[in-house]
Design a binder for this molecule. Structure first.
Ligand SMILES: NC(=O)c1ccc[n+]([C@@H]2O[C@H](COP(=O)([O-])OP(=O)(O)OC[C@H]3O[C@@H](n4cnc5c(N)ncnc54)[C@H](OP(=O)(O)O)[C@@H]3O)[C@@H](O)[C@H]2O)c1
Length: 297
């Protein structure tokens, strides 16, 4: 239910972060090819398997298929690259990172001469079918989605033989995702909440939306419960039944973010946090907004 996020964890930081996290009790790691750090995570996991009693089966590893690998013939290769980098034979969960396909090739964000992203028009349903084969062949235990909207999930479900286990979406009190969560639940799809702390250092955060961890409502609640604002935001997701993956490379944060099972938010506190919703999205990927499968229209 609680994993370590690894986006923006630089390659010289992420190994130490993974090791600190394992020592602190984390067993779930949210990775992605596009994070550019899976190799360092693989090295850190191998070091921990040597140093502790833990083995691969004790750890839950997620990775994600990037947009330039949507063509069905590339899906297996993409998955094998992540397996190699993470030094494992299988992934516990493999997600389609976005419903949008980009031009195949070495650039993760292929740009034309005008600086616009070059799209590719593989249907995500065909990509999904290639991902299903990964489960059949034992490369992944489960597959799922990320950044998919309701209409896209509906269409995928009509054609899928393996149902997506999860939809990983941005979720925090500024973007509670009430409707999409209810829809996912009605289809037995679990929600993984990304950016659960509201990306405290997001440079794009505009001034009227104070970083969540500085909001008075949250800092006051944290003070009252002798907890940190981050712990409140993580606990909020768990009490909603969401899986949550806060990112950190700071030892003190990694250690404290997991200490969320010794308190409970009251119904009143949950209501107050829900009321902060303003449908404010940090990760909008606006440069891809012209893609026909852009999910946030
Ligand atoms: N599927 C997708 O498209 C997608 C998109 C975005 C994110 N994700 C996943 O979700 C994970 C989490 O989301 P995120 O990284 O966007 O944002 P986040 O977890 O909401 O915020 C991360 C930021 O919070 C800081 N932080 C962590 N713990 C803190 C604490 N206790 N007190 C104060 N600050 C704290 C971190 O700094 P320090 O490192 O210094 O602690 C970092 O700057 C990602 O890492 C990634 O794995 C997936």
């Amino acid at each position: 239910m609680l994993g370590l996020g690894t986006w923006n964890s630089l390659d010289y930081q992420v190994g130490e972060a993974v090791m600190t996290a394992i020592d602190a009790g984390y067993r779930h790691f949210d990775c992605a090819h596009a994070h550019h750090n899976e190799q360092q995570i693989g090295l850190a996991l191998r070091a921990m398997f040597r140093r502790t009693q833990l083995s691969r089966k004790d750890i839950f590893i997620t990775s994600k298929l990037w947009n330039t690998f949507h063509r069905p013939s590339l899906v297996r290769l993409a998955c094998e690259t992540s397996l190699k980098n993470l030094q494992t034979d299988y992934l516990d969960l493999y997600l389609m990172h976005w419903p949008m396909a980009f031009k195949e090739g070495n650039d993760l964000i292929p740009l034309d001469s005008e600086g616009e992203i070059i799209f590719s028009y593989n249907d995500f349903v065909d990509t999904w079918m290639a991902m299903e084969k990964l489960v059949e062949d034992g490369l992944c235990k489960a597959i799922g989605l990320s950044n998919f909207n309701e209409t896209q999930i509906e269409r995928l479900l009509k054609n899928a033989s393996i149902y997506p286990a999860v939809n990983q979406i941005e979720c925090h009190p500024y973007l509670t995702q009430k409707k999409l969560k209810e829809f996912c639940e009605s289809k037995d799809i679990a929600v993984i909440a990304y950016s659960p702390l509201g990306l405290p250092r997001n440079p794009f955060c505009n001034s009227c939306n104070k970083p969540l961890i500085q909001r008075k409502e949250i800092t006051q609640l944290a003070k009252l419960l002798h907890k940190t604002p981050a712990q409140i935001l993580i606990r909020y997701q768990l009490q909603r039944g969401n899986i949550v993956i806060p990112k950190s490379v700071t030892k003190a944060h990694i250690r404290s973010n997991i200490l969320v099972n010794d308190f409970e938010l009251t119904e009143e506190a949950m209501k107050m946090l829900n009321k902060l919703n303003i449908n404010y999205r940090h990760v909008h990927f606006k440069t891809a907004r012209k893609h026909p499968d852009y999910p946030f229209k």
